[in-house]
Write a protein that binds this ligand. Structure first.
Ligand code: KG4
Ligand code: ZN
Length: 360
């Protein structure tokens, strides 16, 4: 750790600790590493996406993802260090995603991080993936533009849809969660029905630009309180497509795309996207009424890249290139955890938790 001492100020001698953290992320289908200074300044951010592999299959295949991580992880870390102009001597700590995610994918990242931490004698921090997404909102921020506490975080990704209440750094309370599918998963499944390529989120957003968002009406789920449900919306789209095409509900869903015109596809994409965003906003507004003391709203996770969502909610959003999985947010989260008193983990013992909650 490099300690910089600045000149005297009215309060005496101010000391600034500059902490460079190497963040490693492999929880799903992106192999990523980054070097971040003090949770804010990104020196490098390398992301190798496996999207091209999984486009062919229409979704992630866990064993293939793990194998691709294994091939990419060391070159990705080397590039992150080189891009940052850092040698191992410059790195103060290593942070890695250990939960939640795909078992094999998490294993590659954590085993690599453990080995590097032992080899280079660096403290190792284990980070929860949802915390990383939330902390993507602090990256590249000007000091005055940080979200303030208490805050509400809407985490919307391929695996999660949650509203989190944060009293302060590293204090996460789940106040709403999906009882079935995540919203990103719903985008992906609806895209499949419409014959739009994987990953569904960006494909739907693109198709929706040419469509009429009011052409088809889909009901909002009746879920108590701040919880969400997205599996009914996917089925509602399926039934409406069958109805529009005059086909029975027994007609195989994978064939429907062959009967849809480009205009119908665009209208379905736009109407579905509008409903999904309406549902998210409805619950966020409810949460704000329930927690009137909140000072900021932050949106995070892959779906936070959605333009419609960005247009309709006034909140902190991560930079577009940081809304999907990346290593910078892992390094960022670790920094704020360290500020909140979290201690390093034992590199000989660090475990993975494919399904653990952010509150643990
Ligand atoms: O956070 P993320 O990269 O990975 C997980 O932690 O799950 O999120 C991936 C999800 C996918 O479901 C993808 O379709 C969705 O984010 N997504 C979007 C957009 N870009 C990515 N959903 C809606 N609109 C987008 N522009
Ligand atoms: Zn993610």
């Amino acid at each position: 750790m490099e300690i910089r001492t600045f000149g005297a100020n009215p309060a005496g001698l101010a000391r600034f600790f500059i902490m460079k953290i190497l963040g490693i992320e492999t929880s799903c289908d992106e192999t990523a590493a980054a070097v971040v200074v003090d949770g804010v300044q990104i020196l490098s951010n390398v992301v190798v996406s496996q999207i091209d592999i999984f486009k062919e299959y229409g979704g992630v295949i866990p064993e293939v993802a793990a194998r691709s991580h294994l091939e990419a992880i060391l070159p990705v870390i080397d590039k992150a260090l080189a891009d940052a102009g850092c040698s191992w001597d410059d790195i103060d700590a290593i942070a890695v995603t250990h939960a939640p995610g795909l078992l094999g994918s998490l294993l590659i990242g954590t085993l690599t991080a453990r080995t590097l931490a032992i080899l280079h004698n660096k403290p190792l921090y284990a980070v929860h993936h949802l915390k990383s997404h939330v902390y993507s909102n602090w990256l590249n921020s000007k000091a005055l533009a940080f979200p303030s506490f208490p805050l509400l975080a809407l985490v919307v990704s391929g695996g999660h849809t949650q509203i989190l209440y944060m009293k302060g750094h590293n204090q996460f309370e789940i106040v709403g969660t999906t009882i079935d599918d995540a919203v990103g998963e719903c985008f992906d499944k609806v895209a499949k029905i419409l014959g739009l390529p994987y990953p569904g989120g960006p494909s739907i957003a693109k198709a929706a630009k040419k469509g009429d968002p009011n052409k088809y009406k889909f009901p909002h789920p009746k879920v108590e309180g701040l919880d969400f449900s997205f599996s009914g919306l996917k089925t509602a789209v399926l039934r409406e497509v069958q109805k529009e095409l005059g086909l029975p509900i027994s007609h195989p869903s994978h064939d429907l795309k062959n009967h849809l015109s480009a205009e119908q596809t665009a209208d379905f994409a736009a109407s579905f996207q509008k409903t999904a965003v309406d549902i998210l906003i409805e619950k966020l507004e409810m949460a704000l009424k329930q927690y009137p003391e909140v000072q900021s709203i932050v949106i995070a996770g892959g779906v936070s890249a959605n333009e419609e969502l960005r247009k309709r909610i006034r909140a902190f959003f991560p930079a577009l290139e940081l809304s999907g999985d990346n290593g910078a947010m892992v390094a960022g989260a670790a920094y704020w955890e360290i500020q909140a008193g979290v201690k390093p983990t034992d590199p000989y013992k660090l475990n993975i938790y494919p399904r653990i909650s952010v509150e643990n």
